[in-house]
Structure formats: structure tokens, C-alpha cells
Write a protein that binds this ligand. Sequence first.
Ligand code: ADP
Ligand code: MG
Length: 397
Amino acid sequence: MLVLPFQQRGLMSLSILLQSVIKVSQGTLTKSVHLCLHYQDTTDMAEKPDNADQGKEPQRNEINELGEFGLIDHLTESFDIKQSSTMTSVGDDAAVIDHDRHYTVISTDLLLEGIHFDLMYHPLKHLGYKAVVVNLSDIYAMNAIPTQITVSIALSNRFSLEAVEEIYQGIEAACKYYNVDLVGGDTSSSRQGLVISVTAIGMARREKLCYRNGAKAGDIICVTGDLGAAYLGLQILEREKQIYLSQPDTQPDLEDQQYAIGKQLKPEARNDMIEIFEKSGLKPTAMIDVSDGLASDLMHICKSSGVGAFVEESGVPIHPDIQQLAIKFKLDPITCALSGGEDYELLFTVDPEDLPKVRVMPDIYMMGEITDASEGIKLHTTGGNIHDLKAQGWRHF
Ligand code: ADP
Ligand code: MG
């Protein structure tokens, strides 16, 4: 196992790590290596380097030696219960949750190998972490607080016990960081490929919930962070995979690309913004998380709310590294920001009366205004042109 300490997250270490991830994932899966990007500051996922392990063959224990129930116990025994609403968790026929007078919010995502992730470059621990985060992001997008998750996995015999443990280490790190309890799931074998499905459960006071359908003409369109980085991260990883497949001995060139790769492999949900909204007494009129791309997700708000919108190109936040990287990839930065997905920032609309609250918040970018439905959904470009904003989003079919 190759684990680099956080201080060594320089370019060389990143490229060696990435290459190791690719190599490991080609054969039988034992332990994948860890890409130590962006870890230490927010979660306890980064590990100390284990010198004794270096140079040794990774261990491989077969899952069938434990059996299904042994596996479930083994994977879940270290998870502790943090929420007072969790009455019964793993081990009975169903979990029992007491949200008292709050509304319960539920969201599920299904992640399929080869469709949503590629184990050629997605380390297992990151995958577990991301599978949880993308679900929690949906709960935050309702202006609710996630409290529990369930995790269902289907595994082929390509996976060793150590590989599944890694997925669960990522799941556990996300549970700790976002303060949610793992309360159940399901485990199955799979003929091919890995399947992970996470269901997140959350709660909110009824009057706090933010739906997609509350935007009205005159509201300001805001987003909590820069866009397009995760999409570019995916382009880089795909490129490195192709290069590796044709020339396994070349070193990846990853200069200036950590930001994008980090956003793709280890996204975070904006729980911090939900706390800030609560503290400042702001309730967005509508909200959604940016999973399919800004254009597509704004369209969801507009459709549900029966309104139109205009977005100022100059107001769409794009990280400077991403601007440069997009150009290097011969892509238009604004297209990446509008149509790339998986940013997991919160896109929301606010009543203009609430602008003083929004202006003092960190990390909020205002980029347009809600209009009447008859005006459509438009992009005002920096060159002074007006285009229809087209939602490309992710198409799986
Ligand atoms: P059942 O046969 O009733 O479906 P299972 O044997 O599948 O029950 O599950 C036993 C317990 O373990 C349940 O509490 C279930 O929610 C939990 N569980 C099963 N698989 C997982 C998993 N992959 N992760 C977490 N909990 C799980
Ligand atoms: Mg079951």
C-alpha cells in the first residue's frame, strides 16, 4: 500500500499516486492507493504513512470466508451513533428514527461502476466518501440537516475484503464529518461490477424546507462556489487513463490540476452554507444542488417555479486554475461551468429584500435574476449577446 502523508501532496506524488491507482485497479482489487488531496483539513481520512507496509504485497482476504452477516458486522461495527433521533440502527429488520415534530426528508442515489465511476482512477475510499456526499448534498439542498444514511452494495468476487473495507472507510469518514449515522443497508453479490446505493435521511422544521418551486420574478440567482472544476477533473482523469492504457510507462502530466481532480474525486457538500443561512435567518425562495450542471439545474428551478431567468456570464464563478485548464483542453470555460456537472454547490434564489443578508455571507456569487416565464432562460454574454441557456447535463441513456 502506498500512502503519502498530506505534506507530500506535490505534483510528483499526485502523478505517482494516480498511476498507482490505475495499476492497482487493472488486476484483482485488493487495496487501492489513496490520493491524499484536500483531505486532512476536513476529515480524518488521511492516514499516517505506514512504512512497514511499503514494498509488501497487499493482503487479500476473500469475502466469502466471512459470509454475508459476518461481512455486514465487520463493516459496520466501528460506526458509532451520533444522532439522538436514531432509535434502532443496523441489526434489526428496519431502522427506527424519531424526528419528533420535524419533517423527514429522504433522497437516494444509485452509483454503478462504468456508468457513474471508473475504478481505473477512482480510489475506493474516495468512492465511498463521494457516494455519501452526493446524497447528503440533496438533503442540504432542501435546507434540511441529514441525520442518517443506509448503504446498499453489490460486489463481484473481484473485490477482496480489504477492498470493501476501503469503501467503508470512506463511508465512515463522511459519516463522521457530516455527523450522520449509518443505520442499515443491503448486501448482495453481483455478476459484474460494483454497485453502491446510498439513501440519506434528514430533517427540517416544516417552515425551513426549500423546494425547487418557490422562485419568483425579481429574485436573485446565487451559487455557493465556483463551477466547472469537477467536469474538468473528469476530463483529466479520462485523458490520463487513455494515456496510461496506450503507454503504461509514461508519467502523467498533472501540473496545475490538483484542484480539478480533487473536486472530481472528493467533492464536499455545502453543510456550512445551511448553517450560515440558519444563523442569518435567510430562507432561499428555491434551492437545488448543482449535480447535473448549472444550466440544467437552473432549468429545474425555472420549470418547477413557472418562471424564466437570465444569467450574466460575467457573474458565473469559475476558479482561475479552471479558466486556464479549460483553455489548455481547448474547452470553453463558461461551457464547462454551465454544462459540466458534479459541482455539488448550492444554486438558490433569494428575495431582493434579503440581499443585505446575502451580501455579508462568504462564498456567495450572484449571477442573475429570475424573470417571467415568457422571457425564457437566457445567458447574457460578456460580449453583449443574449443566448438561450441550453441544459445539456448528464445523459445516461
Ligand atoms: P434482511 O434479510 O432483513 O434484508 P439483512 O441481512 O440484509 O436483512 O441485513 C441485516 C441488517 O444489516 C439490517 O439492519 C440491514 O439494514 C443491515 N445491513 C445490511 N447490509 C448492509 C450494508 N451493506 N451496510 C450497512 N448495513 C447493512
Ligand atoms: Mg437484506
